[in-house]
Design a protein around this ligand. Structure first.
Ligand code: NDP
Length: 252
């Protein structure tokens, strides 16, 4: 039986851990050839080896998503080596919440640089490939990782939430603009998922709040999100999930 994503080429940004890593492996398991991008080359090689051991095809591209020229050359490699992308899972992100009065301007900037500028770098580099693929085959996918933080208010998450509100709203606009060309655009909004994301938080209060939530909430796993990404990409071409909120059952 043919796998549902056979013939498709997926690019996963932020694929060296967490949601991106699980999704790259899942998409490969569904038959897509995958290009995996992040900064940590060692982690990408391990992932590629795992995918290839399971019979898949994968290409590691070590690059910093905040570097527009590096992302453009990544897109050139995907075109040359895999024939161009028809699925972009635009997923790299960093979450560094802290009270605004701490004036952690460097952390504000890191979130804006990756969650907004890095996201746009990938959209800029890969949109031509998505449009071309949709034109040739009738469908392509742009899936942007936003967050429940784009909708709900969490104390001390203002800057992160602002970047994710940008992702959700941008996606709604792009859905209309690119949908006319058969490129489906989705904003994926997870609640809390156990990944490396939480390990970068430096604020003690936020760390305690996150840890404490484990007492009442069973966090989602990266695999839960990966399966949702696979679901979005395997729907019939006429069906576009605009916005998908996926929450741990007990997270308020
Ligand atoms: P992880 O920290 O495990 O993964 C983040 C990924 O982004 C890594 O592969 C990391 O790789 C990559 N990355 C970080 N900086 C850069 C960079 N400058 N250039 C390229 N890649 C980079 O966290 P998650 O899997 O949880 O996060 C994935 C997405 O999900 C993020 O957008 C996050 O905001 C979002 N999200 C997560 C939630 C959660 O609770 N975990 C909830 C809602 C949304 P490397 O360091 O090797 O570059």
């Amino acid at each position: 039986l043919a796998k549902p994503l056979t013939g498709r080429v997926a690019v996963v940004i932020g694929a060296s851990s967490g949601i991106g890593e699980a999704s790259a492996e899942h998409l490969a398991g569904l038959g897509a050839r995958v290009a995996v991008l992040a900064r940590r080359a060692d982690r990408l090689s391990t992932l590629v080896a795992r995918i290839e051991n399971n019979g898949g095809t994968a290409l590691a591209i070590a690059a910093d998503a905040t570097d527009a020229a590096a992302v453009r050359s990544a897109a050139d490699r995907v075109a040359a080596e895999l024939g161009g992308a028809d699925l972009l899972f635009n997923n790299a992100g960093v979450m560094l919440p802290a009270p605004i009065e701490e004036l952690a301007a460097d952390q504000w900037q890191r979130q804006i640089d990756l969650n907004i500028t890095g996201l746009m770098n990938a959209i800029g580099a890969f949109t031509p490939q998505l449009v071309k693929a949709a034109d040739a085959r009738g469908v392509a996918d742009l899936i942007n990782t936003s967050s429940i933080a784009a909708q709900n208010i969490f104390p001390n998450f203002a800057v992160y939430s602002g970047t994710k509100a940008y992702v959700t709203h941008l996606s709604r606009h792009l859905r209309v603009e690119l949908g006319a060309k058969n490129v489906r655009v989705s904003a994926l909004e997870p609640g809390i998922v156990g990944t490396e994301l939480q390990s970068h938080v430096t604020d003690d209060g936020v760390r305690e709040w996150l840890e404490g939530s484990k007492e009442t909430v069973e966090w989602l796993t990266p695999q839960d999100i990966a399966e949702t990404v696979g679901f979005i990409a395997t729907l019939p071409p006429r069906v576009n999930l605009q916005q998908v909120t996926i929450m741990p059952t007990r997270q308020p």
